[in-house]
Design a protein around this ligand. Structure first.
Ligand SMILES: *[C@@H]1O[C@H](CO)[C@@H](O)[C@H](O)[C@H]1NC(C)=O
Ligand SMILES: *[C@@H]1O[C@H](CO)[C@@H](O)[C@H](O)[C@H]1NC(C)=O
Ligand SMILES: *[C@@H]1O[C@H](CO)[C@@H](O)[C@H](O)[C@H]1NC(C)=O
Length: 337
């Protein structure tokens, strides 16, 4: 499980991730595996799916109809994390009133900017976990507050900790991140600069907000700063709160081209002698039979289809995690060696 109190990347970047995934307080359901494309209701469960590629639905990224159904629901799902999130910075936790001010502030700024409130909240959670007293960071650009925005004025933790954090300051921190500041872009400008019209505009904008630009390949797992940032945002939008973050900063960028298309790979238990998709990382070099993961597949189904045990599947695909929650859609896994 990845639990980092601070994820700070070097370089002169507009924003940084301060908010870390909070460890799950409940044991994850053993049976809750993969499903890279779950049904819509299942998909807004608290789980993490690794998304690679360009942020488009055709690359397997979630469309808006797979997002948590409403801002209110998403906020309530995150309320517990928000309420305890200042502990990582060693400052007093939010009061309930301060957390309510975030709820109202995101709604207000959503109205002002026209940005989906869920998107603003996803970035806010990513940057600060919702701690109103998140400290300012500065790695070449000053990044204050809830959204770790581009040199905005509002903060409740710079040259002293403010407790309580005033409502106007809370709203302004959200506005600085969403609407931008005189010094630099906010989410609004990032979305506009993507030039995209579909849901990928949010994932691309997340990449830009984190590192200032998108890699020339279009791969959102490449470029500066936090490689899993856009994948994290997609997961937050689809219900991730405390489940283990299975994205690997080191490999996400090499996972380009995962496909969300429903398969014609013949994954019926027969398999193929050669991989029909990109080889999954850690797949056995002496593999004799391959299965390319299709929409709706998950580990138990693949094991059943091919009559293999979990231990065998794991031993032939060594990068699978213990809970088998990081199966990649469109990739070929070894099912016989
Ligand atoms: C803040 O909340 C966290 C999580 O609930 C808790 O562990 C911590 O003790 C709290 N800190 C303070 C100062 O109350
Ligand atoms: C959004 O702002 C408009 C005015 O620009 C107002 O009429 C409307 O009630 C606001 N909606 C919400 C949900 O605050
Ligand atoms: C399973 O898929 C393979 C590969 O496409 C195909 O050759 C085979 O005929 C299929 N078998 C069944 C029983 O459908």
């Amino acid at each position: 499980m990845l639990v980092l109190p601070l994820i700070l990347a070097a370089g002169s970047l507009p924003t940084f991730v301060l908010g870390a995934p909070v460890p799950s307080t409940h044991s994850s359901r053993f049976g809750l595996t993969v499903a890279l494309t779950r049904s819509l209701t299942e998909r807004s469960a608290d789980a993490y799916v690794v998304y690679s590629g360009t942020g488009t639905v055709s690359d397997g990224w979630p469309d808006t109809n797979a997002w948590v159904s409403s801002f209110d629901t998403m906020f309530n799902n995150n309320r517990g994390v928000i309420g305890g999130s200042c502990a990582q910075f060693g400052v007093p936790n939010n009061s309930d009133a301060e957390t309510d001010d975030i709820f109202n502030g995101v709604n207000q700024v959503s109205n002002e900017t026209g940005l989906d409130a869920r998107f603003i909240l996803a970035v806010l959670m990513q940057e600060s976990n919702g701690c109103v007293r998140t400290p300012t960071t500065n790695w070449g650009v000053r990044n204050p507050g809830l959204m770790q925005d581009h040199n905005g004025a509002a903060t409740c933790n710079e040259n002293g900790v403010q407790n309580p954090c005033p409502r106007d300051t809370i709203v302004q921190m959200i506005r600085d991140g969403a609407a931008g500041t005189p010094s630099g872009d906010g989410l609004t400008q990032c979305v506009a600069k993507t030039g995209a019209s579909g849901v990928s505009k949010y994932y691309k904008a997340a990449r830009m907000y984190n590192s200032g630009s998108i890699d020339s390949s279009g791969n959102l797992g490449l470029g500066g700063s936090t490689h899993c940032y856009a994948s994290d945002i997609a997961n937050r939008l689809t219900g991730w709160v405390t489940a283990p973050r299975t994205c690997n900063e080191g490999t996400i960028g090499s996972m380009a081209g995962s496909s969300g298309g429903s398969g014609s790979n013949g994954n019926n238990g027969t398999g193929t002698a050669l991989p029909t998709g990109p080889r999954a990382p850690g797949a056995s070099a002496s593999c004799s039979q391959w299965c390319t993961v299709q929409s709706g597949d998950y580990c138990e189904i693949i094991q059943q289809k091919f009559g293999i045990s979990m231990a065998q599947f794991m031993s032939w695909n060594t990068e699978l995690n213990a809970a088998c929650t990081n199966l990649w859609l469109g990739y070929s896994y070894c099912v016989r060696a």
